[in-house]
Design a protein around this ligand. Structure first.
Ligand code: NDP
Length: 434
Protein backbone atom coordinates (compact mmCIF):
# COMPACT_ATOMS: atom_id res chain seq x y z
CA UNK A 1 0.00 0.00 0.00
CA UNK A 2 2.86 2.43 0.80
CA UNK A 3 4.27 1.95 -2.66
CA UNK A 4 0.95 2.53 -4.37
CA UNK A 5 -0.92 5.12 -2.30
CA UNK A 6 -4.48 6.13 -3.23
CA UNK A 7 -4.99 3.06 -5.40
CA UNK A 8 -8.07 1.55 -3.73
CA UNK A 9 -9.18 -0.57 -6.70
CA UNK A 10 -5.69 -1.97 -7.19
CA UNK A 11 -5.39 -2.77 -3.47
CA UNK A 12 -8.74 -4.62 -3.49
CA UNK A 13 -7.84 -6.87 -6.38
CA UNK A 14 -4.35 -7.63 -5.06
CA UNK A 15 -5.74 -8.49 -1.61
CA UNK A 16 -8.43 -10.74 -3.06
CA UNK A 17 -5.97 -12.63 -5.24
CA UNK A 18 -3.08 -12.87 -2.77
CA UNK A 19 -5.35 -14.05 0.09
CA UNK A 20 -6.53 -16.92 -2.05
CA UNK A 21 -2.96 -17.91 -2.94
CA UNK A 22 -1.93 -18.62 0.67
CA UNK A 23 -2.45 -22.41 0.38
CA UNK A 24 -0.57 -22.47 -2.93
CA UNK A 25 2.44 -20.56 -1.68
CA UNK A 26 2.62 -22.89 1.33
CA UNK A 27 3.09 -25.84 -1.03
CA UNK A 28 5.51 -24.16 -3.46
CA UNK A 29 8.68 -22.93 -1.73
CA UNK A 30 10.15 -22.11 -5.15
CA UNK A 31 7.62 -19.27 -5.49
CA UNK A 32 8.90 -17.72 -2.25
CA UNK A 33 12.53 -18.28 -3.23
CA UNK A 34 11.90 -16.65 -6.59
CA UNK A 35 9.93 -13.71 -5.05
CA UNK A 36 7.08 -14.44 -7.44
CA UNK A 37 4.47 -12.40 -5.53
CA UNK A 38 6.75 -9.35 -5.24
CA UNK A 39 7.49 -9.55 -8.94
CA UNK A 40 4.00 -10.33 -10.22
CA UNK A 41 2.43 -7.36 -8.41
CA UNK A 42 4.80 -4.86 -10.06
CA UNK A 43 3.87 -4.00 -13.66
CA UNK A 44 6.62 -4.66 -16.17
CA UNK A 45 5.81 -1.19 -17.53
CA UNK A 46 3.24 1.57 -16.98
CA UNK A 47 3.10 4.08 -19.82
CA UNK A 48 1.41 7.45 -19.26
CA UNK A 49 0.97 9.93 -22.06
CA UNK A 50 -0.63 13.17 -23.17
CA UNK A 51 -3.61 12.97 -25.55
CA UNK A 52 -4.30 16.39 -27.08
CA UNK A 53 -7.31 16.78 -29.38
CA UNK A 54 -9.43 19.49 -30.98
CA UNK A 55 -13.22 19.63 -30.58
CA UNK A 56 -15.71 20.68 -33.27
CA UNK A 57 -15.54 24.33 -32.14
CA UNK A 58 -11.77 24.41 -32.45
CA UNK A 59 -11.04 24.24 -28.71
CA UNK A 60 -8.02 22.21 -27.63
CA UNK A 61 -8.42 19.57 -24.88
CA UNK A 62 -5.84 17.45 -23.13
CA UNK A 63 -6.59 14.02 -21.70
CA UNK A 64 -4.30 11.48 -20.11
CA UNK A 65 -3.68 8.10 -21.72
CA UNK A 66 -2.38 4.93 -20.07
CA UNK A 67 -1.15 1.47 -20.96
CA UNK A 68 -0.05 -0.97 -18.31
CA UNK A 69 2.04 -3.83 -19.69
CA UNK A 70 1.70 -5.95 -16.61
CA UNK A 71 3.04 -9.42 -17.29
CA UNK A 72 4.38 -11.15 -20.41
CA UNK A 73 5.40 -14.49 -18.88
CA UNK A 74 3.02 -16.59 -21.01
CA UNK A 75 2.58 -14.37 -24.08
CA UNK A 76 2.40 -10.81 -25.42
CA UNK A 77 0.42 -8.33 -23.30
CA UNK A 78 -3.28 -8.42 -24.08
CA UNK A 79 -6.18 -6.43 -22.64
CA UNK A 80 -8.76 -3.80 -23.46
CA UNK A 81 -8.79 -0.01 -23.61
CA UNK A 82 -11.26 1.98 -21.52
CA UNK A 83 -12.38 5.52 -22.30
CA UNK A 84 -14.16 6.86 -19.21
CA UNK A 85 -13.64 9.88 -16.91
CA UNK A 86 -12.95 7.55 -13.96
CA UNK A 87 -9.82 6.09 -15.59
CA UNK A 88 -6.68 6.59 -13.47
CA UNK A 89 -3.57 4.53 -12.62
CA UNK A 90 -5.41 2.58 -9.90
CA UNK A 91 -8.24 1.52 -12.23
CA UNK A 92 -5.85 0.62 -15.04
CA UNK A 93 -3.60 -1.37 -12.70
CA UNK A 94 -6.51 -3.25 -11.11
CA UNK A 95 -7.81 -4.19 -14.54
CA UNK A 96 -4.33 -5.09 -15.79
CA UNK A 97 -3.51 -7.23 -12.76
CA UNK A 98 -6.82 -9.08 -13.03
CA UNK A 99 -6.16 -9.57 -16.75
CA UNK A 100 -2.97 -11.58 -16.11
CA UNK A 101 -4.94 -14.34 -14.38
CA UNK A 102 -7.97 -14.12 -16.66
CA UNK A 103 -5.85 -14.50 -19.78
CA UNK A 104 -4.01 -17.43 -18.25
CA UNK A 105 -7.35 -19.10 -17.43
CA UNK A 106 -8.40 -19.02 -21.10
CA UNK A 107 -5.59 -21.47 -21.90
CA UNK A 108 -4.41 -19.13 -24.68
CA UNK A 109 -0.82 -17.81 -24.89
CA UNK A 110 -1.54 -14.23 -23.82
CA UNK A 111 -0.01 -12.05 -21.10
CA UNK A 112 -1.79 -9.32 -19.13
CA UNK A 113 -2.22 -5.65 -20.04
CA UNK A 114 -4.83 -2.89 -19.96
CA UNK A 115 -5.12 0.74 -20.98
CA UNK A 116 -7.34 3.69 -21.65
CA UNK A 117 -7.87 7.38 -21.05
CA UNK A 118 -9.84 9.68 -18.76
CA UNK A 119 -11.83 10.81 -21.80
CA UNK A 120 -15.63 10.93 -21.67
CA UNK A 121 -17.07 9.82 -25.02
CA UNK A 122 -20.60 10.76 -23.92
CA UNK A 123 -22.07 13.58 -26.01
CA UNK A 124 -19.08 13.78 -28.36
CA UNK A 125 -19.61 13.94 -32.11
CA UNK A 126 -18.35 11.21 -34.39
CA UNK A 127 -15.60 13.52 -35.66
CA UNK A 128 -14.47 14.29 -32.10
CA UNK A 129 -14.35 10.58 -31.26
CA UNK A 130 -12.25 10.03 -34.39
CA UNK A 131 -9.80 12.82 -33.58
CA UNK A 132 -9.44 11.63 -29.99
CA UNK A 133 -8.94 7.98 -31.00
CA UNK A 134 -6.31 8.99 -33.59
CA UNK A 135 -4.41 11.14 -31.10
CA UNK A 136 -4.54 8.35 -28.50
CA UNK A 137 -3.21 5.80 -31.00
CA UNK A 138 -0.54 8.17 -32.24
CA UNK A 139 1.24 7.60 -28.91
CA UNK A 140 0.02 4.11 -27.98
CA UNK A 141 0.95 2.85 -31.46
CA UNK A 142 4.64 3.20 -30.56
CA UNK A 143 4.31 0.62 -27.80
CA UNK A 144 2.21 -2.17 -29.35
CA UNK A 145 2.44 -4.83 -32.05
CA UNK A 146 1.28 -8.41 -32.79
CA UNK A 147 4.12 -9.95 -30.75
CA UNK A 148 4.34 -7.16 -28.18
CA UNK A 149 0.97 -5.92 -26.97
CA UNK A 150 -2.48 -6.36 -28.52
CA UNK A 151 -5.17 -3.96 -27.24
CA UNK A 152 -8.94 -4.41 -27.62
CA UNK A 153 -12.14 -2.64 -26.48
CA UNK A 154 -13.66 -2.10 -23.04
CA UNK A 155 -16.02 0.53 -21.57
CA UNK A 156 -16.41 3.38 -24.07
CA UNK A 157 -14.37 1.59 -26.71
CA UNK A 158 -16.43 -0.36 -29.21
CA UNK A 159 -16.17 -1.18 -32.93
CA UNK A 160 -16.24 2.51 -33.94
CA UNK A 161 -13.28 3.49 -31.76
CA UNK A 162 -11.37 0.30 -32.64
CA UNK A 163 -11.85 1.15 -36.34
CA UNK A 164 -10.43 4.67 -35.94
CA UNK A 165 -7.50 3.41 -33.85
CA UNK A 166 -6.69 0.62 -36.29
CA UNK A 167 -6.80 3.10 -39.20
CA UNK A 168 -4.35 5.39 -37.41
CA UNK A 169 -2.04 2.50 -36.49
CA UNK A 170 -2.03 1.25 -40.10
CA UNK A 171 -1.10 4.71 -41.32
CA UNK A 172 1.73 4.97 -38.78
CA UNK A 173 3.16 1.56 -39.70
CA UNK A 174 2.63 1.82 -43.43
CA UNK A 175 1.36 -1.76 -43.50
CA UNK A 176 -1.73 -3.82 -42.68
CA UNK A 177 -0.87 -5.57 -39.42
CA UNK A 178 -4.24 -7.11 -38.48
CA UNK A 179 -3.00 -8.96 -35.40
CA UNK A 180 -2.17 -5.76 -33.48
CA UNK A 181 -5.65 -4.95 -32.26
CA UNK A 182 -8.76 -7.08 -31.75
CA UNK A 183 -12.47 -6.33 -31.89
CA UNK A 184 -12.01 -5.21 -35.51
CA UNK A 185 -14.90 -4.99 -37.98
CA UNK A 186 -15.65 -8.14 -39.99
CA UNK A 187 -14.57 -6.53 -43.27
CA UNK A 188 -11.03 -5.81 -42.07
CA UNK A 189 -9.88 -8.78 -40.01
CA UNK A 190 -12.42 -9.13 -37.21
CA UNK A 191 -13.79 -12.39 -35.86
CA UNK A 192 -17.37 -13.55 -35.77
CA UNK A 193 -18.68 -13.87 -32.18
CA UNK A 194 -16.20 -11.28 -30.78
CA UNK A 195 -19.06 -8.84 -30.24
CA UNK A 196 -21.13 -11.45 -28.43
CA UNK A 197 -18.23 -13.22 -26.68
CA UNK A 198 -18.12 -11.69 -23.19
CA UNK A 199 -21.89 -11.75 -22.67
CA UNK A 200 -22.36 -15.22 -24.17
CA UNK A 201 -19.29 -16.50 -22.29
CA UNK A 202 -20.66 -15.27 -18.96
CA UNK A 203 -23.88 -17.14 -19.59
CA UNK A 204 -22.05 -20.32 -20.66
CA UNK A 205 -20.03 -20.18 -17.43
CA UNK A 206 -23.06 -19.56 -15.19
CA UNK A 207 -24.98 -22.27 -17.06
CA UNK A 208 -22.22 -24.73 -16.22
CA UNK A 209 -22.13 -23.58 -12.58
CA UNK A 210 -25.90 -24.05 -12.28
CA UNK A 211 -25.83 -27.37 -14.11
CA UNK A 212 -23.50 -28.76 -11.41
CA UNK A 213 -26.32 -28.06 -8.93
CA UNK A 214 -28.94 -29.66 -11.18
CA UNK A 215 -30.39 -26.25 -12.09
CA UNK A 216 -30.91 -24.78 -15.57
CA UNK A 217 -31.41 -21.23 -16.87
CA UNK A 218 -34.93 -22.16 -17.91
CA UNK A 219 -37.52 -20.27 -15.90
CA UNK A 220 -34.92 -18.28 -13.92
CA UNK A 221 -35.70 -14.61 -13.36
CA UNK A 222 -32.57 -12.68 -14.27
CA UNK A 223 -31.55 -9.13 -13.35
CA UNK A 224 -28.86 -7.55 -15.54
CA UNK A 225 -27.16 -4.19 -15.03
CA UNK A 226 -25.78 -2.08 -17.87
CA UNK A 227 -26.91 -1.97 -21.48
CA UNK A 228 -23.53 -2.03 -23.18
CA UNK A 229 -21.67 -4.74 -25.03
CA UNK A 230 -21.51 -7.30 -22.20
CA UNK A 231 -25.07 -6.72 -20.97
CA UNK A 232 -26.74 -6.95 -24.38
CA UNK A 233 -25.28 -10.32 -25.27
CA UNK A 234 -25.72 -11.73 -21.77
CA UNK A 235 -29.41 -10.82 -22.03
CA UNK A 236 -29.65 -12.35 -25.51
CA UNK A 237 -28.09 -15.69 -24.51
CA UNK A 238 -29.92 -15.96 -21.16
CA UNK A 239 -33.22 -15.49 -23.01
CA UNK A 240 -32.20 -18.06 -25.60
CA UNK A 241 -31.68 -20.55 -22.77
CA UNK A 242 -35.19 -19.94 -21.45
CA UNK A 243 -34.64 -17.34 -18.73
CA UNK A 244 -36.73 -14.23 -18.25
CA UNK A 245 -34.52 -11.14 -18.06
CA UNK A 246 -36.38 -8.32 -16.33
CA UNK A 247 -33.87 -5.45 -16.04
CA UNK A 248 -31.12 -3.49 -17.74
CA UNK A 249 -29.64 -0.07 -16.97
CA UNK A 250 -27.21 2.70 -17.81
CA UNK A 251 -25.47 5.23 -15.60
CA UNK A 252 -28.67 7.35 -15.40
CA UNK A 253 -31.23 4.73 -14.39
CA UNK A 254 -32.71 1.25 -14.87
CA UNK A 255 -35.57 -0.39 -16.73
CA UNK A 256 -37.87 -2.98 -15.19
CA UNK A 257 -39.82 -4.92 -17.79
CA UNK A 258 -42.04 -7.48 -16.16
CA UNK A 259 -42.70 -9.13 -19.53
CA UNK A 260 -38.99 -9.59 -20.21
CA UNK A 261 -36.48 -7.15 -21.74
CA UNK A 262 -36.77 -6.88 -25.51
CA UNK A 263 -33.09 -7.20 -26.46
CA UNK A 264 -33.59 -6.01 -30.05
CA UNK A 265 -34.83 -2.65 -28.74
CA UNK A 266 -31.82 -2.33 -26.42
CA UNK A 267 -29.44 -3.21 -29.27
CA UNK A 268 -30.91 -0.56 -31.55
CA UNK A 269 -31.06 2.12 -28.84
CA UNK A 270 -27.50 1.53 -27.68
CA UNK A 271 -25.53 0.14 -30.62
CA UNK A 272 -27.13 2.07 -33.48
CA UNK A 273 -28.88 5.18 -32.19
CA UNK A 274 -26.61 5.74 -29.13
CA UNK A 275 -29.56 6.83 -26.98
CA UNK A 276 -30.28 6.51 -23.24
CA UNK A 277 -31.96 3.43 -21.76
CA UNK A 278 -34.82 5.62 -20.53
CA UNK A 279 -36.07 5.72 -24.14
CA UNK A 280 -36.87 1.98 -23.92
CA UNK A 281 -40.23 2.94 -22.41
CA UNK A 282 -41.17 4.90 -25.60
CA UNK A 283 -41.56 1.56 -27.35
CA UNK A 284 -42.53 -0.54 -24.33
CA UNK A 285 -44.86 1.70 -22.33
CA UNK A 286 -45.70 -1.12 -19.88
CA UNK A 287 -42.04 -1.13 -18.74
CA UNK A 288 -40.97 1.12 -15.86
CA UNK A 289 -37.95 3.44 -15.72
CA UNK A 290 -36.31 4.38 -12.41
CA UNK A 291 -33.70 7.11 -12.10
CA UNK A 292 -31.39 5.36 -9.65
CA UNK A 293 -29.19 2.82 -11.50
CA UNK A 294 -27.97 1.06 -8.35
CA UNK A 295 -31.54 0.23 -7.33
CA UNK A 296 -31.60 -2.28 -10.16
CA UNK A 297 -30.59 -4.80 -7.46
CA UNK A 298 -33.79 -4.23 -5.49
CA UNK A 299 -35.71 -6.06 -8.22
CA UNK A 300 -36.43 -9.66 -7.15
CA UNK A 301 -34.46 -12.18 -9.20
CA UNK A 302 -32.97 -15.65 -8.90
CA UNK A 303 -29.89 -14.89 -10.99
CA UNK A 304 -28.06 -11.53 -10.82
CA UNK A 305 -25.65 -10.53 -13.57
CA UNK A 306 -23.76 -7.29 -12.87
CA UNK A 307 -22.46 -6.33 -16.32
CA UNK A 308 -21.89 -2.54 -16.07
CA UNK A 309 -18.91 -1.48 -14.00
CA UNK A 310 -16.87 -2.00 -10.80
CA UNK A 311 -18.25 -1.86 -7.23
CA UNK A 312 -21.92 -2.20 -8.17
CA UNK A 313 -22.86 -4.63 -5.39
CA UNK A 314 -21.85 -3.91 -1.81
CA UNK A 315 -22.65 -5.83 1.38
CA UNK A 316 -26.06 -4.23 1.84
CA UNK A 317 -27.04 -4.86 -1.76
CA UNK A 318 -25.89 -8.47 -1.47
CA UNK A 319 -28.13 -8.97 1.58
CA UNK A 320 -31.03 -7.42 -0.28
CA UNK A 321 -30.52 -9.77 -3.24
CA UNK A 322 -30.46 -12.77 -0.90
CA UNK A 323 -33.64 -11.60 0.82
CA UNK A 324 -35.25 -11.42 -2.62
CA UNK A 325 -34.30 -15.02 -3.44
CA UNK A 326 -31.09 -14.85 -5.51
CA UNK A 327 -29.42 -18.26 -5.96
CA UNK A 328 -26.59 -17.31 -8.31
CA UNK A 329 -24.48 -14.29 -9.23
CA UNK A 330 -22.34 -14.06 -12.37
CA UNK A 331 -19.92 -11.18 -12.82
CA UNK A 332 -20.05 -9.99 -16.44
CA UNK A 333 -18.28 -6.74 -15.52
CA UNK A 334 -14.85 -6.48 -13.88
CA UNK A 335 -14.98 -6.38 -10.06
CA UNK A 336 -18.66 -5.38 -9.80
CA UNK A 337 -18.89 -7.01 -6.36
CA UNK A 338 -17.02 -5.76 -3.28
CA UNK A 339 -15.02 -8.22 -1.16
CA UNK A 340 -17.56 -7.86 1.67
CA UNK A 341 -20.42 -8.66 -0.69
CA UNK A 342 -18.60 -11.72 -2.04
CA UNK A 343 -18.26 -12.97 1.54
CA UNK A 344 -22.00 -12.46 2.12
CA UNK A 345 -22.77 -14.55 -0.97
CA UNK A 346 -20.34 -17.28 0.10
CA UNK A 347 -21.78 -17.44 3.62
CA UNK A 348 -25.29 -17.78 2.24
CA UNK A 349 -24.39 -20.46 -0.30
CA UNK A 350 -25.15 -18.27 -3.30
CA UNK A 351 -23.34 -19.73 -6.32
CA UNK A 352 -20.83 -17.09 -7.33
CA UNK A 353 -19.07 -16.83 -10.71
CA UNK A 354 -16.11 -14.41 -10.41
CA UNK A 355 -15.28 -12.00 -13.23
CA UNK A 356 -11.86 -13.28 -14.10
CA UNK A 357 -13.40 -16.64 -14.99
CA UNK A 358 -16.94 -15.70 -16.01
CA UNK A 359 -16.10 -12.79 -18.31
CA UNK A 360 -12.99 -14.30 -19.90
CA UNK A 361 -14.94 -15.13 -23.06
CA UNK A 362 -14.17 -11.75 -24.61
CA UNK A 363 -10.43 -12.04 -24.41
CA UNK A 364 -10.62 -15.72 -25.37
CA UNK A 365 -12.32 -14.86 -28.65
CA UNK A 366 -9.90 -11.94 -29.11
CA UNK A 367 -7.17 -14.55 -29.01
CA UNK A 368 -9.08 -16.59 -31.59
CA UNK A 369 -9.26 -13.41 -33.71
CA UNK A 370 -5.44 -13.18 -33.51
CA UNK A 371 -5.15 -16.84 -34.53
CA UNK A 372 -7.41 -16.26 -37.56
CA UNK A 373 -5.38 -13.14 -38.51
CA UNK A 374 -2.18 -15.22 -38.36
CA UNK A 375 -3.65 -17.94 -40.56
CA UNK A 376 -5.22 -15.45 -42.94
CA UNK A 377 -8.71 -16.93 -42.94
CA UNK A 378 -11.92 -16.78 -40.87
CA UNK A 379 -13.91 -19.39 -39.02
CA UNK A 380 -17.73 -19.55 -39.17
CA UNK A 381 -19.94 -18.23 -36.36
CA UNK A 382 -20.69 -21.76 -35.14
CA UNK A 383 -17.00 -22.71 -35.17
CA UNK A 384 -16.01 -19.73 -32.99
CA UNK A 385 -19.06 -20.05 -30.75
CA UNK A 386 -18.28 -23.76 -30.23
CA UNK A 387 -14.70 -22.93 -29.28
CA UNK A 388 -15.91 -20.21 -26.89
CA UNK A 389 -18.29 -22.65 -25.19
CA UNK A 390 -15.50 -25.21 -24.84
CA UNK A 391 -13.10 -22.60 -23.39
CA UNK A 392 -15.71 -21.48 -20.83
CA UNK A 393 -16.32 -25.09 -19.85
CA UNK A 394 -12.58 -25.65 -19.39
CA UNK A 395 -12.26 -22.50 -17.28
CA UNK A 396 -15.08 -23.76 -15.07
CA UNK A 397 -13.57 -27.26 -14.77
CA UNK A 398 -10.03 -25.99 -14.08
CA UNK A 399 -11.21 -23.44 -11.49
CA UNK A 400 -13.40 -25.98 -9.78
CA UNK A 401 -10.60 -28.58 -9.73
CA UNK A 402 -8.01 -26.10 -8.38
CA UNK A 403 -10.38 -25.11 -5.57
CA UNK A 404 -10.87 -28.73 -4.65
CA UNK A 405 -7.14 -29.59 -4.82
CA UNK A 406 -6.26 -26.80 -2.39
CA UNK A 407 -9.07 -27.53 0.07
CA UNK A 408 -11.70 -24.98 -1.02
CA UNK A 409 -14.13 -27.19 -2.94
CA UNK A 410 -16.93 -25.18 -4.57
CA UNK A 411 -15.20 -21.81 -4.15
CA UNK A 412 -14.75 -20.57 -7.70
CA UNK A 413 -13.21 -17.26 -6.58
CA UNK A 414 -10.27 -19.07 -5.01
CA UNK A 415 -10.19 -21.76 -7.68
CA UNK A 416 -9.98 -19.25 -10.56
CA UNK A 417 -7.22 -17.28 -8.84
CA UNK A 418 -5.15 -20.40 -8.19
CA UNK A 419 -5.69 -21.90 -11.61
CA UNK A 420 -4.77 -18.64 -13.36
CA UNK A 421 -1.77 -18.04 -11.12
CA UNK A 422 -0.03 -21.42 -11.37
CA UNK A 423 0.68 -21.25 -15.10
CA UNK A 424 2.06 -17.70 -14.91
CA UNK A 425 4.14 -18.41 -11.78
CA UNK A 426 5.68 -21.52 -13.32
CA UNK A 427 6.53 -19.60 -16.50
CA UNK A 428 8.15 -16.85 -14.40
CA UNK A 429 10.21 -19.40 -12.48
CA UNK A 430 11.32 -21.02 -15.74
CA UNK A 431 12.36 -17.70 -17.28
CA UNK A 432 14.52 -16.58 -14.37
CA UNK A 433 14.67 -13.15 -12.73
CA UNK A 434 13.82 -10.78 -15.59
P1 NDP B 1 -19.91 -0.56 -22.51
O1 NDP B 1 -19.28 0.77 -22.56
O2 NDP B 1 -20.35 -1.19 -23.80
O3 NDP B 1 -21.16 -0.56 -21.53
C1 NDP B 1 -21.04 -0.19 -20.19
C2 NDP B 1 -22.45 -0.12 -19.62
O4 NDP B 1 -22.38 0.09 -18.23
C3 NDP B 1 -23.24 1.06 -20.19
O5 NDP B 1 -24.59 0.70 -20.25
C4 NDP B 1 -22.98 2.14 -19.14
O6 NDP B 1 -23.96 3.18 -19.12
C5 NDP B 1 -23.08 1.31 -17.90
N1 NDP B 1 -22.44 1.97 -16.77
C6 NDP B 1 -21.20 2.52 -16.71
N2 NDP B 1 -20.98 3.05 -15.50
C7 NDP B 1 -22.11 2.83 -14.79
C8 NDP B 1 -22.51 3.13 -13.48
N3 NDP B 1 -21.69 3.78 -12.65
N4 NDP B 1 -23.75 2.73 -13.07
C9 NDP B 1 -24.57 2.05 -13.92
N5 NDP B 1 -24.24 1.76 -15.18
C10 NDP B 1 -23.04 2.14 -15.60
O7 NDP B 1 -18.86 -1.51 -21.76
P2 NDP B 1 -18.75 -3.08 -21.78
O8 NDP B 1 -20.10 -3.70 -21.84
O9 NDP B 1 -17.74 -3.45 -22.79
O10 NDP B 1 -18.08 -3.36 -20.36
C11 NDP B 1 -18.85 -3.53 -19.17
C12 NDP B 1 -18.00 -4.20 -18.11
O11 NDP B 1 -17.55 -5.47 -18.59
C13 NDP B 1 -16.74 -3.45 -17.70
O12 NDP B 1 -16.47 -3.72 -16.34
C14 NDP B 1 -15.66 -4.11 -18.55
O13 NDP B 1 -14.38 -3.97 -18.01
C15 NDP B 1 -16.14 -5.55 -18.51
N6 NDP B 1 -15.63 -6.39 -19.57
C16 NDP B 1 -15.88 -6.10 -20.89
C17 NDP B 1 -15.41 -6.93 -21.87
C18 NDP B 1 -15.78 -6.73 -23.30
O14 NDP B 1 -15.46 -7.64 -24.10
N7 NDP B 1 -16.44 -5.67 -23.69
C19 NDP B 1 -14.53 -8.08 -21.56
C20 NDP B 1 -14.39 -8.34 -20.14
C21 NDP B 1 -14.90 -7.49 -19.21
P3 NDP B 1 -23.60 4.63 -19.74
O15 NDP B 1 -23.78 4.47 -21.21
O16 NDP B 1 -24.61 5.53 -19.11
O17 NDP B 1 -22.18 4.96 -19.34
Amino acid sequence: CNRNPDEAEFHQVVKEIFDSLIPVIAQHPEYIKQSILERIVEPERLITFRVPWVDDEGNIHVNRGYRVQFNSAIGPYKGGLRFHPSVNPSVIKFLGFEQIFKNSLTGQPIGGGKGGADFDPKGKSDAEIMRFSQSFMHELGQHIGPDVDIPAGDIGVGPREIGYMFGQYKKMQGRFEAGTITGKGMNYGGSLVRKEATGYGTIYFVEKMLEKQGISFKDQTVAVSGSGNVSIYAIEKAKELGAKVVTCSDSDGYIYDEQGIDVETVKRLKEVERRRIEDYTDEHPHAKYFESPTDVWTVPCTVALPCATQQEIDEETANQLIKNGVIAVGEGANMPTTLEAINVFKKNNVHFAPAKAANAGGVAVSSLEMAQNNMGFSWSFDEVDGRLREIMKNIYDNSSEAAETYGYAGDLVIGANISGFLKVADAMVAQGVV
